[in-house]
Design a protein around this ligand. Structure first.
Ligand SMILES: Cc1ncc(COP(=O)(O)O)c(C=O)c1O
Length: 382
């Protein structure tokens, strides 16, 4: 069966001949009898113990994502950030050192700086386009490397197999935030990564109506992830898991449209006189285009561009505020197009330092309408 078919036909609803699975809410799950309770107390009961033991919608979503990723075990978290933080907690201990790719989701870096440091875990950033040179940043106590490829603002791509090979040879774990590509357009495990992280809030759910995260582990990491989630009783809301499961079923068709529309708009922007550089990994001008072509099987709807001249703040505001079809807001990956813009700066020197990056999340509107909206907006810049 092809992936799109499999996503639609698994899992099947077990109750009431409904095509969609039911949603259960609640804390208490009743045991059939005292013997089951006794088993639960002894840790040998196989059913669901309690609401925090992951209700059916959560389990179904985790199983579906795990199958799509080709991993051993998936666990859902209350948000993408919670999935990143859960990975840090589950796989590090006092005295360990973490390497974070400099373009990884910013709050993860803040968490390392302000919280993990209090528990004796240190961190450093590595360049956003790091590859085998990651070896120069390793310390004897480096335990975990977090990549995000492409990074969700400046879209640098890492040489994932090269980093994973260096890490593997030294017993270091590699985690990848795979939110941009989704499992459909990048298979992290094929490239040697141990843990695949998603903000399910983006493409997988696809409608900007939930916050949810997930971590999928290979054999090597499955037990530790499961154990961490058990002892912390990590769980996600059943309604959110239900919507995420629904999102998975339409992910292949949505992604194709996001990809096609974003590429059309990116190519059009490349020719626009007000635009400097269009930063989209599937364009040949992208500095790591060759890596994208080698490792990814598609591109999605999030990309950025610089402007030919740095705009006056008031002109930039006039451009952004004039857009009628692009909402001004954080997050991405939904059906509604979004825009953000900011001066780029990072912990390490990077190629767009000091430049304004306009970031577009191309939704499912007709690309002709989106281009017309951008055209009238860009005309207000100079
Ligand atoms: C690449 C990436 N990872 C993780 C997150 C965090 O996800 P969430 O908003 O679900 O916490 C974001 C949020 O924008 C993101 O862009």
């Amino acid at each position: 069966m092809k992936t799109a078919t499999e996503l639609i036909h698994r899992p099947r609803a077990a109750e009431a001949n409904m095509i969609n699975p039911p949603i259960h809410r609640g804390s208490t799950v009743l045991f059939k009898n005292f013997e089951d309770l006794t088993r639960a107390n002894a840790g040998t009961y196989e059913g669901i113990l309690y609401g925090t033991d992951r209700l059916p919608a959560q389990r179904s979503f985790e199983e579906a994502l795990c199958a799509l990723e080709g991993g051993r075990l998936t666990r859902a978290f209350q948000s993408g950030l919670a999935a990143i933080l859960g990975t840090f907690y589950a796989f590090t201990k006092a005295g360990d050192h973490i390497l974070l790719c400099d373009n990884a989701y910013g709050p993860g870096q803040l968490f390392c700086r302000d919280v993990l440091s209090r528990f004796g875990v240190t961190f450093n950033c590595v360049p956003a386009n790091v590859g085998a040179d990651i070896v120069d940043y390793l310390k004897p106590n480096t335990r975990l490397i977090l990549l995000e490829s492409p990074g969700s603002n400046s879209l640098e791509i890492q040489d994932i197999p090269a980093v994973a090979a260096v890490a593997k040879a030294r017993g270091i774990l590699t985690a990848l935030d795979n939110t941009w590509a989704t499992p459909l357009y990048l298979d992290p495990f094929r490239h040697g990564v141990d843990l695949s992280i998603h903000s399910v809030s983006k493409y997988i759910s696809g409608h900007s109506d939930i916050l949810l995260g997930a971590v999928t582990a290979t054999d090597r990491c499955a037990e530790a992830l499961d154990h961490y989630c058990r002892v912390t009783e990590t769980y996600a809301q059943p309604e959110d898991c239900h919507l995420a499961l629904r999102g998975l079923k339409t992910l292949p068709v949505r992604l194709k449209q996001h990809e096609q529309s974003a590429l059309e708009i990116a190519r059009w922007l490349e020719l626009h006189p007000a635009v400097g550089q269009v930063i989209h990994p599937a364009l040949p001008c992208h500095p790591e285009h060759a890596l994208w072509k080698r490792d990814f099987t598609g591109s999605t709807g999030l990309f950025s561009f610089t402007l030919k001249q740095e705009p006056e703040p008031s002109k930039l505001a006039a451009f952004i505020d004039s857009l009628r079809l692009f909402g001004i807001g954080y997050s991405w990956g939904g059906y509604h197009s979004l825009v953000t813009a900011a001066r780029h700066h990072r912990a390490l020197p990077s190629r767009y330092d000091g430049r304004t990056l306009v970031r577009l999340s191309i939704g499912l509107e007709d690309p002709e309408d989106l281009k017309a909206d951008l055209e009238q907006g860009l005309a207000r810049l100079y």
